[in-house]
Write a protein that binds this ligand. Structure first.
Ligand SMILES: Cc1ncc(COP(=O)(O)O)c(C=O)c1O
Length: 403
């Protein structure tokens, strides 16, 4: 039978990264490719105990369908979690999601039509690019500088779109320890961005999975907080600060926007799992979330330092990298003539893999960039892997020069 697929389905392209996964299957390979938390941090004992308690005390509720915006207990716990990290929200400003990727999906469904124009950082999170691409959005990339997106370029783009009578649907940004670059948006830029967005009447979508994972104790207020919730939709997830397996996250936004998103969510999955929500709510209420995040920070500080030290020791001087103060990634930039995709074959032969940078660029640039993850590999793997990567860079440069 000939099946006619939707336009939507046609827009979902296989990611280049998936094709490169074949290299990671090799025995003994060190992978800096994923965005996975260190599983040694997963609080197995607590989750086992709480799961039993939830089943014993609230089993009938836990195994039932729940309200689309989330279990009231979970929403209360989210308000508490946010308060622990200096953020305020009321219960009607929250919608629980099946992690942030669903948040991105809901945003696409509610705010993007085919050919709608949106703005994002260059580079930006590949999963967001995929979701927006599927919705048919036209993506405008804004240069990312060391302290966040280039706001002069943003103004130019907004002006140009306004002149052409194009209504930009939203500005998508990851202000805290950005994926893929690890960059943090400065406080001054956060304020300016809110001012610009409000002046041009463009909402901001703030995606912030890494905000809690801060190494130096310095966290700037979120865009949600700085804007008093005016014109900002914030996406959050437990995937990075806790674990991804329960697929839980949440959206914070003005009540009317939350209602719209929740209505759409109803058509997507009715509700996020009640069972998971009740477990995580109790975990937060017991203060265990804060503890787990503290442990994650302590471990990732060491891993991040190990990667930075190894890069400084072994990488040739023509390679540049970001020096993140939180999150899970750092970002490498090679001379223009280096194609990170081509180099990956040599890297894999040298037993190390990474994620190429190009698919993180909505305009198809960035072939000389790559992302490294330090949260998942062990410290000995980081040290060995960076040595192999440095060796790879030198070998690849020699090959390129000799051509
Ligand atoms: C910036 C950003 N947003 C969203 C996600 C999606 O994560 P999840 O769906 O597991 O919450 C990720 C995952 O890597 C991410 O880095």
């Amino acid at each position: 039978m000939q099946i006619t697929y939707s336009e939507f389905a046609g827009r979902v392209k296989g990611s280049e990264i998936r094709e490169l996964l074949k290299y990671t299957r090799k025995e003994g390979i060190i992978s800096f490719a994923g965005g996975l938390p260190d599983p040694s941090l997963f609080p197995l004992d607590d989750i086992t105990r709480i799961t039993k308690e939830v089943l014993n005390e609230k089993g009938l509720l836990a195994l039932q369908y729940g309200p689309t915006p989330g279990e009231p207990e979970m929403i209360d716990a989210l308000v508490e979690h946010m308060a622990n990290f200096d953020e305020k929200a009321t219960t009607d400003q929250i919608c629980v999601t099946s992690s942030s990727q669903q948040g991105l999906d809901l945003i696409s469904l509610v705010m993007v039509d085919k050919d709608s124009e949106i703005i994002m950082e260059l580079p930006s999170y590949i999963g967001a690019i995929q979701a927006f691409e599927r919705a048919g959005a036209k993506m405008n990339g804004i240069r990312l500088l060391d302290d966040g997106m280039d706001l002069d370029q943003l103004e130019e783009v907004l002006k140009d779109k306004a002149n052409k009578k194009i209504k930009v649907r939203f500005i998508y940004t990851i202000p805290d320890y950005q994926n893929p670059s690890g960059i943090v948006m400065s406080l001054a830029k956060r304020k300016k961005l809110i001012e610009i967005a409000s002046r041009w009447e463009v909402p901001i979508v703030e995606d912030s999975p890494y905000r809690e994972i801060t190494f130096n104790g310095v966290t700037f207020p979120s865009l949600w907080t700085l804007s008093n919730g005016e014109g900002v939709i914030q996406l959050k997830t437990f995937s990075k600060m806790l674990f991804p397996g329960m697929r839980l996250g949440w959206i914070t936004a003005q009540k009317e926007i939350i209602e719209k998103l929740a209505l759409m969510k109803q058509s997507v999955d009715l509700c996020s799992p009640s069972f998971n929500q009740l477990i995580i709510a109790r975990f937060i209420r017991e203060g265990r979330m804060k503890e787990t995040i503290k442990q994650a920070i302590a471990l990732y500080i060491k891993k991040n330092a190990s990667m930075l030290n190894s890069l400084a020791e072994f990488m040739p001087e023509y390679v540049k990298w970001s020096k993140p103060t939180g999150g899970m990634f750092l970002w490498l930039t090679f001379p223009e003539f280096i194609d990170a995709k081509e180099m990956l074959k040599i890297a894999a032969a040298n037993n190390v893999v990474y994620v190429i940078g190009k698919p993180f660029h909505c305009n198809g640039t960035g072939q000389n960039t790559l992302r490294l993850n330090y949260s998942f590999p062990s410290i000995p793997q980081i040290e060995m892997g960076i040595q192999s990567l440095a060796q790879t860079a030198k070998e690849f440069c020699e090959i390129k020069k000799s051509i």
